[in-house]
Design a protein around this ligand. Structure first.
Ligand code: ADP
Ligand code: ZN
Length: 286
């Protein structure tokens, strides 16, 4: 059996599957502090005979195999989780291969293997939720470098009518600071899910997400860009992003049609957990 954890800032989704990635059991555990949360994850996994585990984690995390802190969550704003040896804790307990990457790189792997990008060989996956994170699958691997992509933390040009200063603890007006769910709420004083489809908020949101798509397109040249996360439940938003992206790109590149290029996840909210199961499978075969 394969085990997987999609580790988020509010909850850990844990699942076990057969070799074909059919999920057999799945639970959700609140993210409190490492010892307490890990204890509950261990209680769940202890019931099964696992061959490998995959972890897609919130971050920043250390993905550099040469580093002495490989497998750690590092400089996260969640103080109790700073410098936590996450992957190592599971290696020690289960003595099996443990795949380790970011939640969004795992989701990109899930989408390119089984989801909306399954007929393609690369993709970018971006989640627009409590924060903004982006991962990529390029050249047969989830993309990592000295660290891993932090695609939510570049500075997009401000929308001409936007006076909101941004809410990222580290950067203020980076993409996450201007376009995450809390940023939408901070700008208008109303929860994003309560804003009507015609509200100005969505034109501003589409401006930022289109700049994000422009940056990822020009820098990474993915086969498609997948937008997931709670804010994308606004089903009209993806088309607004496509239209703004089209203007920004100004036909500079030959891309697939916009509704094939800027798309929603094929695995819905299972991209992260399925991708983490794939990380387990890859760790087993490494
Ligand atoms: P997380 O980022 O914690 O994993 P989500 O991806 O669900 O969780 O993102 C939560 C954010 O998404 C919140 O800021 C919330 O306001 C926003 N959100 C959730 N549902 C909707 C919706 N239908 N429309 C717009 N925003 C939404
Ligand atoms: Zn930031």
């Amino acid at each position: 059996m394969l085990g997987a954890i999609e580790a988020g800032g509010t909850k850990f989704v844990c699942a076990v599957s057969d070799d074909e990635l059919n999920i057999i059991e799945k639970i959700s555990i609140p993210t409190t502090e490492p010892e307490e949360t890990f204890a509950q994850v261990f209680d769940f996994f202890d019931q099964f005979d696992l061959k490998a585990i995959g972890i897609g984690s919130f971050g920043p995390i250390d993905t550099n195999k040469e580093s002495s802190t490989y497998g750690y969550i590092t400089s996260t704003p969640k103080l109790k989780w700073q410098n936590t040896d996450f992957q190592g804790a599971f290696v020690r307990r289960y003595q099996v291969p443990v795949g380790w990457n970011t939640d969004v790189n795992a989701a990109a792997l899930g989408e390119v293997s089984l989801g909306a990008a399954r007929d393609k060989n690369s993709c970018v996956y971006i989640t627009v939720g409590t924060g903004i994170g982006g991962g990529a699958f390029i050249n047969g691997e989830p993309l990592t470098g000295i660290s891993h992509p932090e695609m939510g933390h570049f500075y997009p040009p401000k929308h001409a009518e936007d006076t909101y200063e941004g809410c990222c603890d580290f950067h203020g007006s980076c993409l996450e600071g201007l376009a995450s769910g809390p940023a939408i709420e901070g700008r208008f004083g109303i929860k994003a899910e309560e804003l009507g489809e015609d509200h100005k908020a969505w034109e501003i949101e589409a401006h930022y997400l289109a700049h994000a798509a422009m940056a990822y397109t020009t820098i990474l040249s993915p086969s498609c860009i997948i937008f997931g996360g709670g804010v994308m439940n606004q089903t009209h938003l993806i088309e607004k992003v496509r239209q703004k992206f089209d203007k920004l790109l100004n036909h500079y590149l030959q891309l697939p049609s916009l509704d094939e290029y800027i798309i929603l996840p094929g695995l819905g909210n299972e991209a992260g957990i399925k991708g983490s199961l794939l990380l387990a499978k890859r760790a087993l075969n490494a």
